[in-house]
Design a protein around this ligand. Sequence first.
Ligand code: ZN
Length: 317
Amino acid sequence: MLLVAALSALFLAACDGADAARGGTAGPARAEPRSKPLVVCTTPIVADLVRSVAGDKVEVVALIAPGVDPHLWTPTRTDILAILDADAVFLNGLMLEGRIGDSIQRAESLERPVLRVAQSIGREELLSDPKRATYFDPHIWMDPVLWGRSAGPVAETLAKVAPRHRDEFLANAARFEATAQELARECAMALAVIPYERRILVSAHDAFGYYGKRFDLQVRGLQGLSTESEASIADIEHLVAEIAQKRIPTAFVETTVSDRTIRALVEGCGSIGHELAIGEPLYSDSLGRAGSPEGTWIGMIRHNTRVIAQSLSEPRR
Ligand SMILES: [Zn+2]
């Protein structure tokens, strides 16, 4: 009788927390039980969103370090094991993590909740890829309104691994969405100083489509939607001609992308008598260092907005 009671106590202890939340699905065996559910995210931007919704009820880990280009990131064996061992997985989706391989499908086959955050947005909101017919622009987080809206699906997914905190997740998501909408209003105000003829944002790759659509800026990204493609000489010559003709003062480098193509633009503009400045680096596909203001999604959007507003509103050279 004592033995039965002891075994029951052990069983109940093992079912507490994450393991209970998982609902007894099959998967790799764990070395030790967790005090709270563990979810794995791909990019620091996705992890920032998930942390905002999860509060302290869930442990949130990002696989991709700040400053690393997600288009070119390939998961290591350790990353794949972390994906397979997590209670839930959050990725951006829409092929942002183009080299992630089949580990996500394997997690899904183990019945782990998986949320492709950008794919939780209505298809009618997505921008298509002009160069690849069946692809969409994955850089949803650049539009604070859309990114704020993705907090709701994050809350529902977290509720699958920690059901008793569902109300808290939903309340956090609502708060995040309201903050994101406020951020959108703040950005629109800051960017209003840029004159109409200079509302053109030139960057190394096409990460700013949603930002441009939300804030009425035309965007020109040299390498297309993924940094896996390279700009051609014809692309550069074409853009040089437009920049010079419209007297655009500044082009922007990004923290996760080589500045090679932007330097080629500066050279090209110089050769035809237009001085093109290089602006302070923008955060496109990653956050800044953890602990810095740009180490959060709100901080990165604020930084980009300040830099773009200042650089493009200056008088032309
Ligand atoms: Zn990108």
